[in-house]
Design a protein around this ligand. Structure first.
Ligand SMILES: [Zn+2]
Length: 396
């Protein structure tokens, strides 16, 4: 998505209860952050943000991208995998997946010598024999399968993945060698994976039982990652990928939302981003609000003289994101409306249904005793004192 300008590296992504056409992904810790920067969503391997981003990107496109990157095992049509594709809903081999990381690393390493162009030969399957020379004819193109700057930011985020355990080994390691890495755990704890990449090496580790039997605790980060780090330690890699600055543009970014800065954003950083980021969306979360002279209440022209108003920019998340975000982050909720200014806001702005989503069809099964079962609806309101009324419309 960074390649396309659909996302900036630290843009906030919703991390809230999510149901898409009957599919309800959960994070590993079954928790919600409300909103999380894209880079953190990747380094923490959060499932919900990944699924929501794939929905935006479209799984059909992602399916064909995986093929172009060299994955040959997604043989069924995209609809067979659907959105679960992003969470391991399709099988890959360690060999091919490691090969994709190597291809991405080669793209970054050759950028300079190719004068900022992409070499199609950089994407190839791993081989057992050393390729002593690169082909003499290079097909260079201004566009790559993945944008180099997007790869660079992805590797940056993957370097921040929390390392397993508190043992001395890891601390020693982190100070001496930089590794971009990722782990995975397959459904039913059958396989633990870890793949790491440096400018010199890609290391892929699989841990599991050869008969495919699962075992609780067989989790990539605690089984495969320690082996991967030990291998990197023996390999003694060093250095890091150069920033592909010819593929980047300097833009103003809102520090709080990670989006392109808009007119109401307060803290703005200049940041080099993938060039397509010039087209990315402007911060949707900073808005101008109007307060009474004391700054305690929100007002409108209906209850306050315009010359008495204070105008202030405010960071406002949509109600559902806000509900989960404010329990974990410093967040200043919108001040209440001044008495007499009530109902100045359209309900959609202060209240949001968490479950079900609009137009959802819900199947409420019969219980064992034949009675109709129950379903729990959830809504959130910015004002914690607000009373919410539920109306049931029965179509006869
Ligand atoms: Zn902003």
């Amino acid at each position: 998505m960074m390649s396309d300008g659909q996302l900036l590296p630290n843009a906030l992504i919703p991390d809230i209860p999510t149901q898409i056409a009957g599919y309800s992904p959960q994070n590993f810790d079954l928790d919600y952050d409300g909103a999380v920067p894209a880079s953190r969503a990747l380094s923490r391997s959060l499932n919900i943000p990944a699924v929501r981003m794939l929905q935006q990107y479209r799984f059909q496109r992602f399916h064909s991208l995986l093929k172009r990157l060299g994955i040959t095992t997604f043989s069924k049509p995209a609809s067979h995998y659907g959105l679960s594709m992003i969470l391991g809903g399709g099988g890959v081999t360690l060999w091919e997946l490691s090969g994709v990381y190597a291809s991405m690393a080669r793209t970054l390493l050759h950028m300079e010598q190719n004068d900022g162009k992409y070499d199609e030969d950089d994407y190839h399957a791993p081989g057992y024999r050393l390729r002593e020379t690169r082909p003499s004819q290079h097909k260079l193109s201004p566009y790559g399968v993945l944008d180099a700057a997007a790869i660079w930011y992805t590797f940056q985020a993957m370097e921040d993945v929390m390392r397993p355990g508190e043992e001395m080994l890891w601390q020693q390691f982190s100070s001496s060698q930089r590794v971009a890495w990722k782990t995975g755990t397959s459904f039913g704890f059958r396989d633990g994976w870890a793949i790491g990449v440096t400018p010199q090496f890609v290391v892929g580790v699989w841990v599991g039982n050869t008969d495919g039997e699962g075992r609780p605790g067989l989790i990539g980060v605690s089984t495969a990652a320690p082996v991967m780090f030990e291998i990197f330690r023996q390999l003694r890699t060093s250095g890091w990928f150069d920033m592909p600055s010819s593929k980047m543009k300097m833009i103003d970014v809102c520090r709080q939302s990670g989006y392109r800065a808009g007119q109401y954003c307060e803290e703005v950083d200049s940041m080099l981003v993938p060039a397509a980021g010039l087209r990315s969306a402007v911060c949707p979360y900073h808005q101008l609000i109007h307060l009474d002279p004391t700054g305690q209440y929100r007002v409108t022209a209906a209850c306050e003289l315009p010359e008495q108003m204070q105008h202030k920019s405010w960071f406002v998340l949509p109600p559902a994101m806000e509900f989960y975000y404010r329990s974990k982050h410093l967040y200043q909720p919108l001040p209440p409306f001044k008495p007499g200014c009530d109902n100045a806001e359209e309900p959609g702005h202060s209240m949001e249904l968490i479950y079900p989503r609009p137009n959802a069809r819900i199947y409420v099964p019969l219980e064992l005793d034949g009675s109709r079962g129950e379903t729990v609806f959830r809504a959130t309101h910015r004002n914690r004192e607000a009373k919410i009324f539920w109306h049931r419309i029965i179509h006869l």
